[in-house]
Design a binder for this molecule. Structure first.
Ligand SMILES: [Zn+2]
Length: 129
C-alpha cells in the first residue's frame, strides 16, 4: 500500500530542496570569518606621542597627566604608568614576546586579561602582514 509521501510525489509535490539549505550554511560560515578578522585588528598608534609604534598597548591608568590610553612602551615609561594597568598584549612586540617595560615589572602575557572573544595570540605569527 502506497504511503502518504508516495501519494504526494505522484500528485507533483517535491521534497524540500537540500542544495538550498547547504548554500545558507555557507553564508553563515563566511560571516563568522569576517567577524573574526575584525577582532584581529591591531592598534599601533600611540595617543601620547602620536606616532605609529610596534609596542602600543591599552592602559586603563589613572595618571592625570595624560588622557591617552593606547600608549607605546617608551611613553608609558616616561609617564610612569605601571604595567599592572596594561589591558592588552596585542602589539607586534607582545606577540613576538619581546615586550619589555623599563618602568616597573613587565607582566607576562598570561597575566593580561584578553578580550572576551578569546583572541589570544598563539606563538609567532606567520607572515599575515
Ligand atoms: Zn608613544
Amino acid at each position: 500500500m502506497a504511503s502518504l509521501k508516495d501519494a504526494l510525489l505522484k500528485v507533483g509535490l517535491k521534497e524540500t530542496q537540500k542544495p538550498a539549505a547547504a548554500n545558507q550554511r555557507e553564508k553563515i560560515a563566511k560571516k563568522k570569518v569576517t567577524e573574526e578578522v575584525i577582532h584581529q585588528e591591531q592598534r599601533n598608534f600611540c595617543e601620547a606621542c602620536e606616532q605609529i609604534r610596534p609596542d602600543v598597548e591599552l592602559y586603563k591608568h589613572r595618571n592625570p597627566t595624560t588622557e591617552a590610553e593606547w600608549i607605546c612602551v617608551r611613553c608609558a615609561d616616561q609617564l610612569q604608568i605601571a604595567d599592572t594597568f596594561r589591558k592588552t598584549a596585542q602589539s607586534d612586540t607582545s606577540i613576538k614576546r619581546m615586550f619589555r617595560r623599563e618602568y616597573g615589572a613587565t607582566l607576562s602575557p598570561d597575566q593580561i586579561k584578553s578580550p572576551p572573544q578569546g583572541n589570544k595570540p598563539r606563538g609567532p605569527v606567520n607572515g599575515n602582514r
